[in-house]
Design a protein around this ligand. Structure first.
Ligand code: SAH
Length: 250
């Protein structure tokens, strides 16, 4: 099973993923899967962490494929658990391909991807029929083994809402590319850190001002950057204050 754990803590783990997790013989997970999701893994199951750790050599993708195939061929119910959704920047596609090539049957269980968790935490509607008819998910980091980069910044600069993954280390570069490609420097932007957790934090600024604001606030991974007309601070509700619009003479 290629399962999404949802972004952040166990609150965004779907019921379907939780059901498979409860039946798993083997759980192979990434670093982004939170401890409270891992606490749901049955005691007798084999728990394997294949996450990348800063400083440590990362486990080769080929080794992960071999591991999944090996355990599945031994007749185990293997749950490959990924943060967010397995098919959004999760290399789930590569793993599915490897399983297919090996003749191992699998299913995919979606999870709440970071873009959606971040939008909810920041109170940013990713689409809005008046202002944003499209939303685009992209990564600031393209794999270095690709022959040529595929991100077309001048096309991206013309789109409504962008949600940029893996962008913390590349914030300056991403913002410069967008502005150089014609996106207005005044476009609202929001960086959302640890979306889907109780420690979620949103930093809002114009596109041009966001990198400095994020640096000052020590924005740290995991975070996504949302750029677009709906990313501005939500207006306080008119009804929030009972005396709004009244003049009071004392
Ligand atoms: N499959 C995952 C994405 C994995 S790529 C998903 O669907 O969400 C890793 C990137 O996802 C991080 O660099 C960050 O940009 C984003 N991310 C993952 N979890 C996040 C979280 N809780 N809050 C904000 N961004 C997150």
């Amino acid at each position: 099973m290629l399962c999404g754990a949802g972004a952040g803590d166990a609150g965004l783990l779907g019921a379907r993923a939780a059901r498979w997790l409860a039946r798993a013989d083997v759980v192979v997970h990434d670093r982004l899967v939170s401890a409270d999701v891992l606490a749901l893994v049955p005691e007798q199951a084999e728990l394997i962490d294949v996450g990348k750790r800063p400083g440590a050599p990362r486990r080769a993708q080929q080794d992960i494929h071999a591991l999944l195939i090996d355990r599945a061929r031994a007749g185990k119910l293997v749950v490959r658990l990924k943060g967010g959704d397995p098919f959004v920047f999760g290399r789930g596609g590569e793993e599915a391909e490897a399983l297919r090539a090996a003749g191992v049957p699998y299913r995919v269980v979606p999870g709440v991807t970071a873009a959606l968790a971040a939008a909810a935490d920041a109170d940013v509607p990713l689409t809005d029929r008046r202002r944003a008819a499209s939303v685009t998910l992209l990564t600031a980091r393209e794999t270095p083994d690709k022959p040529s980069p595929t991100l077309d910044w001048s096309a991206l600069a013309r789109l409504d809402t962008l949600v940029i993954y893996m962008s913390v280390g590349a914030l300056e570069t991403v913002v410069r590319r967008l502005i150089d490609a014609g996106r207005s420097a005044a476009t609202p932007a929001a960086a959302v850190e640890r979306a889907g957790t109780s420690r979620s934090r949103t930093i809002r600024a114009t596109l041009a001002a966001l990198p400095a604001r994020a640096r000052a606030a020590r924005l740290a991974a995991p975070a996504v950057l949302i750029v677009g007309p709906t990313a501005a601070q939500p207006q306080p509700a008119a009804a929030a204050s009972p005396l709004a619009g009244q003049t009071v003479l004392v």
